[in-house]
Design a protein around this ligand. Structure first.
Ligand code: NAD
Length: 490
């Protein structure tokens, strides 16, 4: 059992009240642990500690903060099996995918901050002014459950690196990994108050942190609905807010695309982490003349995506190479359960809604998969004959559901791709890379993959439109936590 009864505030494990939030394994549906359900008083205590710690932490030489982050990375590498076991148990991602992505990616992010610090233009000159970059202050990080440690790392690592102090409120659905991180931060020897962990619900703890006048920056990853609420609450005290929200990302297959490769890749990227991925390529935009061919390839490829017991799965992916702390991200064909009963009901409801609206099933469907008697499994599903105004085409489902959309000419393909309120990610396929890149230029999305290129953990990550604003990862992710000051010299 993963039992945590304290928050980590001001460098100490501080006993919380009696209220607890239970944590469940999505594959077994069994209770595997509990964490404190924090209160507004816990949120206030954490902000007070972060505020006290800020002046000294931000004034440290970069090398001292970098050394602590190096030490933390080593401690996390030593704990990677424990982290992976917790993440498999609380998220339900297959074991090999968890090792490579859910654990590997955060290690890359923590491990790369010292190097990135050297790339910031801390001081520059313009005319008679010197422009300096400074830590922005107290950062509140609020994170979701789908890639929980990665999303925490994308905020906490750069914020700490540049000299901000942090209050983390992780997802109450998958919080265990955050407690394991806090234990490593304590062991690494970060000064008290530099990193604080408060667990609880969004309304009890999250909203208090967002509205707190002592907080300078709110960095949020989660649903667009919560992001809207957070933006509105933070506006009262004019905070900086970074929002990484939902998506309904398209892969656009141009007429000359290599269809078997493009469809198989698009399918894998729609289903990755059982579709519980903000950048999931959940729509595939296909030439009408090649739609039947794409359906046939998709129906055959779905069979490769096996539902698995996440803890027992071993063969989907090779674990990440840690030697140079750079991960190689690939895709697995193993699908675990969805994270919760609520998520399963939501996805099943969407599949039923798709059928009701007249879309045609190419594979899958709303019925429970026969191979598992327990666990929140759903069948990987592909729809065709969709229309742009269907609910399943417009709304983020957050499950393994792909919608094929047919087009006639390139302008229509671009219009369909841009035709949702979201703009997080996209992909373009063509035999001519220049042509694909030109089409990518017309897409309103924060990242576009050309011909199956893989995720780059050092490239800026973030959304257009209602997928949010701000950028994470790499140098852009670090600069997010900086303020800019102009010194006018006599
Ligand atoms: P969620 O919005 O329900 O919760 C995310 C976090 O916000 C949790 O910690 C939650 O407690 C907190 N929260 C919820 N309401 C809040 C409020 N009113 N005030 C303050 N905090 C609040 O999202 P989720 O279900 O955990 O995650 C799934 C969603 O996250 C999907 O929509 C997905 O697309 C999105 N997501 C986006 C990205 C990205 O980088 N763009 C990455 C992963 C997930």
């Amino acid at each position: 059992m993963y039992t945590f009864t304290s928050h980590y505030i001001d460098g100490r494990w501080t006993a919380a009240g009696k209220e607890r939030i239970a944590v469940f394994d999505p594959a077994t549906e069994e209770r595997i642990g509990e964490v404190p359900a924090g209160t507004s008083a816990d949120a206030d205590a954490a902000v007070a500690a972060a505020t006290r710690a800020f002046p000294a932490w931000s004034a440290l030489p970069h090398a001292e903060r970098a050394a602590l982050l190096e030490r933390l990375t080593d401690l996390l590498i030593n704990r990677r099996e424990r982290l992976a076991a917790a993440l498999v148990a609380e998220v339900g991602s297959p074991a090999s995918f968890t090792a490579a992505v859910q654990v590997g990616l955060p290690l890359v992010t923590f491990g790369s901050q010292p190097g990135l610090l050297g790339a910031v233009a801390w001081r520059s000159e313009v005319g008679h002014s010197v422009v300096v970059r400074e830590a922005a202050g107290v950062v509140v990080a609020i994170t979701p459950w789908n890639y929980p440690l990665h999303q925490i790392a994308a905020k906490v690592a750069p914020a700490l690196a540049v000299g901000c102090t942090v209050v983390l409120k992780p997802s109450e659905v998958a919080p265990v990994n955050a407690f394991l991180l806090a234990e490593a931060i304590e062991e690494a020897g970060f000064p008290p108050g530099v990193f604080n962990l408060v667990c609880g619900t969004g309304t009890q703890v999250g909203e208090r942190l967002v509205a707190h006048p002592g907080v300078d920056v709110v960095s949020f990853t989660g649903s667009t609905a919560a992001g809207r609420r957070i933006g509105a609450l933070a506006a009262a005290t004019v905070k900086q807010v970074h929002l990484e929200l939902g998506g309904k990302s398209p892969s656009v297959l141009l007429h000359d695309a290599d269809l078997p490769t493009a469809v198989a890749d698009g399918l894998a990227k729609a289903f990755v982490n059982s579709g519980q991925t903000c950048t999931a390529l959940s729509r595939m935009i296909v030439p009408r003349s090649r739609l039947a061919e794409a359906e046939e390839i998709a129906a055959a490829a779905v069979v490769n995506h096996r539902l698995v017991d996440p803890a027992a799965e071993t063969e989907g992916l090779r674990p990440v190479v840690l030697a140079d702390r750079l991960g190689h991200i690939a895709f697995t064909f193993a699908l675990g359960p969805l994270v919760s009963a609520a998520q399963r009901e939501r996805v099943t409801r969407y599949v039923r809604e798709g059928l009701r609206e007249g879309a045609r099933l190419v594979a899958g469907g709303p019925e429970r998969p026969e191979e598992f008697e327990r666990g929140h499994y759903v069948r990987p599903t592909v729809f065709s004959d969709t229309a742009p105004d269907m609910t399943i085409v417009r709304e983020e489902i957050f499950g393994p559901v792909l919608c094929l959309q047919a087009y006639e000419g390139e302008d229509e393909a671009v219009a369909l791709a841009n035709g949702t309120p979201y703009g997080l990610c996209a992909a373009v396929w063509s035999a001519d890379t220049d042509r694909a890149t030109a089409v990518a230029g017309r897409l309103r999305a924060g990242q576009v993959e050309i011909n199956g290129a893989r995720f780059n953990p050092f490239a800026p990550f973030g959304g257009y439109k209602q997928s949010g604003h701000g950028r994470e990862l790499g140098l852009w992710g670090l600069e997010t936590f900086l303020q800019t000051k102009s010194l006018q010299l006599p």
